[in-house]
Design a protein around this ligand. Structure first.
Ligand SMILES: [Zn+2]
Length: 222
């Protein structure tokens, strides 16, 4: 029963990773630096200010440069980041949990930031694990793109599944969306939580609870 559900999930995950060559599509139609700066000037004028006043003179150039950094994830893939795995973990076969991985992404609907933390866990297969910093790098690859929190969650799951073929993956993201805080309903302090479970986490609710307890409960010094 669990195995059948697991393999169906695997198929879904493979499909979602296969539709990811975003970087090529984006690079093919990337405008020049001058065009990007002209677009920023237009937005400054649209906001109601004068792009030629002293304080704003260099802003288009700075914004174009900042965009390179905010959206550097388009030039990167998660696969190579997770390529190097280790199996010298003794007999360790319980869950590996990494919590509080900070990230900032931009929502694809308003192009304003959403900022939060990723908690993730997996059950290694045959002791196969990756360096913990690599998991943080994967979060970075996917968060430095125009995103939805839901897709960010499932892309992280798919990347870990592809690289490690673990017996189960849990990813939970908590984030505050500036498009909720600064516009519309102005829901200050509201946070959005998404989670996705595969394999053992999906099939065994007690493993989900253990993950949530480890991710949320045991703060250092608490
Ligand atoms: Zn938004």
């Amino acid at each position: 029963m669990g195995a059948a559900r697991g393999s169906r999930m695997d198929a879904v995950l493979k499909k979602s990773t296969a539709t990811l060559p975003l970087s090529q599509a984006t690079q093919a139609s990337r405008p020049s630096q001058e065009e990007a700066e002209a677009a920023v000037r237009t937005l400054i004028a649209w906001a109601g200010d004068n792009p030629d006043r002293d304080g704003l003179k260099d802003t288009p150039q700075r914004v174009a440069k900042a965009y390179r950094e905010f959206f550097s994830g388009y030039g990167e893939e998660a696969g190579p980041v997770l390529e190097r795995t280790f199996d010298e973990t003794g007999n360790y076969d319980d869950m590996v949990v990494v919590r509080d991985i900070p990230f900032s992404a931009h929502c694809e609907h308003h192009m304003v930031p959403f900022i939060g933390k990723v908690h993730l866990a997996y059950f290694p297969t045959d002791g196969k694990v990756v360096g913990l910093s690599k998991l943080a790098r994967v979060v970075e690859v996917f968060s430095r793109r125009l995103q939805t929190q839901e897709r960010l969650t499932s892309e992280i799951v798919a990347a870990i599944d592809d690289a490690l073929k673990p017996r189960g993956i849990a990813v939970m993201i908590e984030a505050e969306h500036m498009c909720m805080t600064m516009r519309g309903v102005r829901a200050h302090g509201a946070s959005t939580v998404t989670s996705q479970f595969t394999g053992m986490f999906r099939d065994d609710p007690s493993e989900q609870i253990r993950f949530l307890t480890l991710a949320k409960g045991l703060r250092s010094g608490a």
